[in-house]
Design a protein around this ligand. Structure first.
Ligand code: AMP
Ligand code: MG
Length: 408
């Protein structure tokens, strides 16, 4: 029997992080940037107005005040997007809109609010300072400047900046595509009526949601029935499309455990007993010409989700080139329970805060591997080490936080 740590190390050793890839801008949101992004343009690209108002020479309005208005003829309009280079004649004003290029000769903008808003001529009772309401070319970014450095996680603000400098594609560490393929002839998707002997596929949906919570792309690859031809064909196709494949079920000792049979021929998948509870039967390897990693998780819903947390989650982060340390809290056991000798036990539990960070961990309901309602109640997995066979109330345990967005 393999230890949990040895199995995880074997899996990670066989997985290569995905190479950087150029993707369309919007697909890059949330990814790690794999290049330094240099702006080819100044931003602002040209001197422009920060107000709707009038482009003027500040010196010509220096005497303007509440009792000494200055009036200038208005020789035209400059809307935003105006392409023609305009010159401000001495002794005149041009009506200008926010973001419109400042005409040559102008050195300030009088906001429309300070004036009588005239169109043929304009009267102002206030004098702008030189440079007032003018956005200077290059004050934000200079052409040739690095605006985002390699390794940044691209936020919506970064996406806006990339668009502003004109990038429609960008080199990133891509989000892996995971295909989740539950196996079992008893499985029916939620929303379909159950026939005799059938159950809804819950593993597929739970695992896709868990993978998506990590920020990777995950899709349902279809339920694989227990027939060797369809298993072979579906897995071969999945290996071509996906960066990582997850199956559930069909890997224990049952007579119809087809995945195991097919994978023995299709790739390098190894089936092991791992010293853990739940989740003992684990398979991992690579399939297809591209050597696509595949995890064959046990079919019991609890075992499948616990296996995801312990093995698949770190593997996906590694594939994505991310280093995300696990979120653990230490808590005292609220009650006692027994734990199998020689196995690491992952107990579905809830954390309770008794004030000032004094955390208590309490197992939820039953611990049978088929109990999905109890699993849904859990917020953490309390980890009982291999050598411990008896947990006593008050024992300190490491607790693996399950919900990324919850307080725990
Ligand atoms: P297996 O590993 O295929 O022997 O399955 C073990 C148990 O998990 C059986 O009770 C299956 O019906 C159940 N099971 C397998 N796959 C799923 C699934 N996708 N969703 C819910 N239960 C499943
Ligand atoms: Mg099965």
């Amino acid at each position: 029997m393999l230890s949990v740590d040895a199995h995880l190390a074997d899996c990670l050793a066989a997985i290569k992080p995905l190479p950087a890839r150029e993707v369309p801008l919007l697909e890059a949101a949330g990814c790690l940037l794999a290049e330094d992004v240099v702006s080819a343009i100044d931003m602002p690209r040209f001197d422009n107005s920060s107000m709707d108002g009038y482009a003027v020479r500040a010196a010509e309005l220096a005497s303007a005040g509440p009792d000494s208005p200055v009036t200038l003829p208005v020789l035209g309009d400059i809307p935003a997007g105006h392409a023609e280079a305009l010159v401000l004649e001495p002794g005149t004003a041009l009506r200008i809109m926010t973001g419109a290029p400042l005409p040559a000769g102008a050195d300030a903008v009088v906001p429309v609010e300070w004036t009588d808003a005239g169109t043929a001529q304009v009267l102002s009772r206030r004098a702008p300072a030189e440079g007032q309401y003018v956005r200077r070319s290059g004050e934000d970014v200079r052409a040739g400047e690095t605006v985002i450095q390699v390794g940044a996680r691209l936020s919506p603000r970064h996406i806006a900046l990339l668009a502003a400098v004109g990038r429609d594609r960008v080199l990133v560490k891509p989000r892996p595509l995971v295909l989740v393929m539950p196996t079992g002839s008893e499985l029916v998707p939620p929303g379909k009526t159950l026939g005799p002997g059938q159950i809804h596929d819950s593993n597929g949906y739970g695992l896709i949601a868990a993978a998506r919570e990590l920020g990777v792309d995950a899709e349902h690859g279809g339920v694989i029935d227990d027939n060797p031809e369809s298993v072979t064909q579906m897995l071969a196709e999945a290996a071509l499309r996906a960066d990582l494949v997850i199956t559930t079920g069909g890997v224990s000792a049952g007579a119809y455990d087809t995945v195991k049979e097919v994978l023995r021929k299709l790739g390098t998948v190894r089936f092991d007993k791992v010293a853990m509870q739940p989740g003992m039967p684990q398979g991992f390897g690579t399939i297809g010409d591209a050597g696509t990693p595949i995890f064959t998780l046990p079919g019991n819903p609890v075992s499948a989700l616990v296996s995801f947390e312990i093995f698949v989650r770190p593997a996906l982060l590694w594939l994505a080139g991310e280093s995300a340390p696990r979120d653990f809290r230490t808590a005292s056991a609220a009650t006692g329970w027994t734990s199998p000798a020689g196995k690491r036990q992952f107990v579905r539990a809830r954390l309770e805060d008794r004030g000032f960070g004094d955390l208590q961990v309490r197992p939820v309901g039953g611990q049978g591997s088929h109990l999905v309602a109890d699993l849904a109640e859990a917020t953490c997995l309390a980890v009982v080490p291999e050598e411990v066979t008896e947990v006593t109330a008050g024992d300190r345990l490491a607790c693996l936080i399950l919900d990324q967005r919850s307080r725990w």
